[in-house]
Design a protein around this ligand. Structure first.
Ligand SMILES: [Zn+2]
Length: 308
């Protein structure tokens, strides 16, 4: 059976796994999707086999291994390896896309190696990565076998955090499609350009207000309103998928850049031009270094010119 672009079988179905399905084929076989999607999360720093964790020894040792948000683990080959608590699925790709206007995420875990980056738009021709055994896996194979526990763990999640059966998407019977939710670049409007990988869209200009979704790196949005609140600058936007809300830039952070409308840029250029024209029309007589009594009272930094 072709599952996720390669010959695979279902090894743990949704009714027993509950939040996902597991598919297994050849170790290092290609992983592809049907349809299209945007890459919103990548983990790609664990080594297959030598960083693999045995599920049972993890369950047995997890309290001893726990160190804040991390686990200081012993891998199946005896290597000391530190895992973040959110990375027990090993190397992974999380994708974002739509089915009939409804937004979904799907995640593919335990990869040997990931081939894509956050922000990439991927489709059926993209090799997302290769089947592997990074993270928590279980197997009856010998621990020395480099293919120990190799499989793809696939999750399909909706915006309300419900886990759905991913089988039809794995088989290619159904597909998610990427719909760009950003606005087109419009030089007649002030717009924001997203520089961070991902920023929440909030219902109001407060970080405790309702989470309506996310904007992603490289997207552009028209600015409908600007508010300063809680140390953030909030930009009101409307996505092409009809979400209206606020995205925040923490003051002094570069999560968002403002793209000014063209006339504004032109005016600024004209101002600069005017300044350089001063030299040809006027002669500088005296620059007051401080506020003092002169023949003419000048304030600090005021300049006195004589017209040619
Ligand atoms: Zn699984």
């Amino acid at each position: 059976m072709m599952i996720l672009g390669s010959e695979r079988v279902v090894t743990n179905d949704f009714s027993s796994h509950k939040t996902a399905e597991d598919y297994s084929g050849n170790h290092l076989s290609e992983i592809k999707i049907t349809g299209s999607a945007k890459v919103v999360r990548v983990v790609n720093h664990y080594l297959p086999h030598e960083d693999s964790l045995n599920y049972d020894s993890f369950v047995k040792n997890q309290y001893q291994w726990k160190d804040g948000d991390y686990y200081n683990c012993i891998s199946i080959t005896g290597k000391s390896i530190r895992y973040h608590k959110d990375e027990l699925g090993g190397n992974c790709v999380v994708l974002s896309g739509y089915v009939d206007g409804v937004h979904y995420y799907y995640g593919l875990y335990h990869m040997a190696k990931v081939n894509v980056n956050v922000g990439d738009i991927v489709n059926q021709d993209t090799i997302l990565g290769y089947q592997g055994n990074t993270g928590l896996v279980a197997s009856r194979k010998a621990l020395s076998d480099v293919t120990y526990g190799t499989h793809v763990h696939m999750e399909l999640i909706d915006d309300s955090n419900n886990y759905l059966n991913p089988r039809d998407y794995a088989l290619g019977n159904k597909r998610i499609e990427w719909v760009s939710q950003g606005n087109e670049r419009n030089e007649n409007m002030d717009q924001i350009h997203i520089l961070a990988d991902k920023i929440n869209i909030r219902e109001s200009f407060s970080k405790t207000s309702k989470d309506l979704g996310d904007v992603y790196k490289d997207e552009t949005y028209d600015i409908l309103e600007v508010k300063d609140n809680e140390g953030y600058t909030w930009y009101k936007i409307k996505t092409s998928t009809n979400i209206t809300g606020y995205v925040a830039n923490l003051v002094n952070e570069n999560w968002i850049e403002v793209l000014k409308k063209k006339e504004q840029e032109q005016e600024e250029k004209e101002d600069e031009q005017e300044e350089s024209n001063l030299d040809s029309k006027y002669i500088l007589l005296y620059k007051a270094e401080k506020t003092d009594i002169y023949y003419i009272r000048l304030k600090e930094n005021e300049e006195l010119y004589l017209k040619k």
